[in-house]
Design a protein around this ligand. Sequence first.
Ligand SMILES: Cc1cc2nc3c(=O)[nH]c(=O)nc-3n(C[C@H](O)[C@H](O)[C@H](O)COP(=O)(O)O)c2cc1C
Length: 169
Amino acid sequence: MANVRIFYGSTTGNTGEVAALIAESLGDTVEYVRDISCASVEDVSGAEALILGVSTWDDGQLQQDWENFLPKLDEIDLQGKPVALFGLGNSYGFSEQFCDAMGILYRKIVQRCGRVVGFWPNEGYSFKASDALVNGHFCGLALDQDNDRAKTPDRVRRWVDQIRGDMAV
Ligand SMILES: Cc1cc2nc3c(=O)[nH]c(=O)nc-3n(C[C@H](O)[C@H](O)[C@H](O)COP(=O)(O)O)c2cc1C
């Protein structure tokens, strides 16, 4: 498996917490975990493989630090680079915009020709609509720390097992 850098944006700490959990589960293949608000273009472009975590805010919008970083992705060539996404949201409180930000990030990564891995089934979630759905699957690991925190460790473990193979270069 390629050396992985994990970047996340987090307003109240939930996505950062999950980023640490994913890093722990992946072990030595993780080069580092970094808040996107402290990351440079070179940090992102220099990775062999990327895991990007984002929470959704303001009725379907990107978390603020990702909002700030998004234009910088246009300077980065992601051609063929494996990219896995995870997103945090609230499937009850924001049932019509569940994890929409992960979908926004997904479309940008595809535009930059990244190779997105880690699609995830939407069974076992309670929500009405999500921009993170692509052909009936979430475009990455969707998590709800506000309502379904207890499900997170198992979901992370299974998703990490899945992306391990997909991220091999
Ligand atoms: C004002 C506000 C707006 C939110 N908007 C959404 C939303 O549109 N969709 C969603 O799925 N979750 C939404 N959430 C839930 C957050 O994404 C969720 O609490 C997440 O765990 C926050 O992660 P963070 O602390 O890493 O930023 C919102 C939460 C708040 C407080």
